[in-house]
Design a protein. Structure first.
Length: 368
């Protein structure tokens, strides 16, 4: 990844951006569709290989633009088939991307920032601090690399069927670059994913949830992790800015904008912290009779963290209590433990530059 490049990196341009660039060259809009297909479906690494483009246009692109994909530092493959890539992001920084293969789907978990400023108490990324936002090209470049290198499925389709913004960083704190990345993911001329198969996960930046709902019809996941404000203030500090009632109101507004769209609430299971019967009942009180489903996540320990994973029996009991109250509740299967690729473990290599300081009345999250 080379965010400092002086040329336009075409991996980060959706169709409208490519059309504008090509219009400067006197080219018709359909050339943008051809370019998108070469870049994102065929995985072209240079302009010379784009043989259905005029030679003059290829030469012009060579002088004005680049195809600058991620620089791979390492690739690790888990015993369960999970793949984790570590990509350079400049100045000694790195981000992580994870592919999770399953029989009926292949999910790519991508990063949106180098580190994270929100400092959730149980997250390895937050413990590393925050350096900067990824560009759109850096976000999409993760998908591009995986799409080019992973073998196709047995039915001949691409390995990636779902993309989730659940890697390093808070996606809605990088909204300016998130939105065009989503546009490329759902474009029929790029990755062609269904909107329901693209999921943005947020810790709860309410104004940006509303903006996402107005501008992007994709799936929304919310990192809730606690059923009351006192506990969530401790686990997810952004709650001091946008408490649970405000957050849930934004979620229901989002659901109302998109018919039959459920909101997924992620809930990491922490032993003796948020996993009691009383917590399950409080959570059910919040979500019952709402367009909500709960994804329970067994905590994945990492060095220097105080928390422990809830027992299997505790998680099962918690899930059963939610189901008894009429909620859809599932437990996420832990994948990639042996390569530190499981949920909450992604840390990359981050030199902390800034952390968000939160208070009850005077705080903000920088959201572009």
């Amino acid at each position: 990844m080379n965010p400092a490049s002086q040329k336009q990196n075409l991996l980060g341009l959706p169709q409208g951006g490519l059309e504008a660039l090509l219009a400067e060259f006197g080219e018709k809009p359909y050339r943008a569709r051809q370019l998108l297909q070469w870049l994102h479906q065929r995985g072209a690494a240079d302009f010379e290989s784009m043989t259905d483009l005029p030679k003059k246009l290829r030469e012009r692109l060579e002088t004005a633009a680049v195809i600058d994909g991620p620089t791979l530092m390492s690739e690790k493959v888990s015993a369960d088939g999970t793949v984790k890539w570590l990509f350079l992001s400049g100045a000694g920084q790195a981000v992580e991307t994870v592919f999770i293969p399953e029989a009926a789907r292949g999910t790519l978990c991508i990063s949106s920032q180098v580190g994270c400023a929100l400092d959730c108490a149980f997250c390895a990324t937050g413990a590393q601090g925050f350096n900067r936002n990824l560009t759109t090209a850096e976000i999409v470049g993760q998908v591009n690399h995986a799409n080019r290198t992973l073998p196709r499925r047995s039915n001949g389709e691409a390995a990636i069927t779902n993309v989730v913004f659940m890697g390093m960083g808070e996606p809605l704190a990088n909204y300016r670059n998130l939105r065009p990345a989503i546009e490329l993911l759902i474009s029929d001329h790029a990755y062609g994913l269904s909107r329901r198969r693209v999921t943005v996960s947020t810790s709860g930046i309410v104004p940006q949830i509303d903006k996402l709902g107005d501008e992007c019809n994709v799936s929304l996941a919310v990192s809730l992790h606690a059923p009351n404000d006192a506990l969530r203030n401790r686990l997810v500090p952004i709650n001091r800015v946008h408490p649970i009632a405000e957050l849930l109101d934004a979620c229901w507004r989002y659901a109302d904008k998109h018919a039959r769209r459920f909101i997924t609430f992620e809930y990491v299971m922490l032993r003796g912290v948020n996993d009691g019967t009383q917590h399950a009942e409080q959570l059910a009180d919040l979500l019952n009779n709402k367009p909500a489903k709960v994804n329970l996540i067994p905590f994945n320990p990492f060095p220097g963290n105080e928390f422990k994973r809830s027992s299997r029996d505790t998680i099962e009991h918690f899930q059963n209590r939610l189901r008894a109250r009429g909620l859809v509740a599932t437990t996420r299967k832990t994948r990639g433990d042996d390569i530190d690729a499981a949920c909450g473990q992604l840390a990359g290599k981050v030199k902390d530059r800034i952390r968000v300081r939160l208070s009850e009345k005077n705080s903000r999250v920088v959201s572009a």
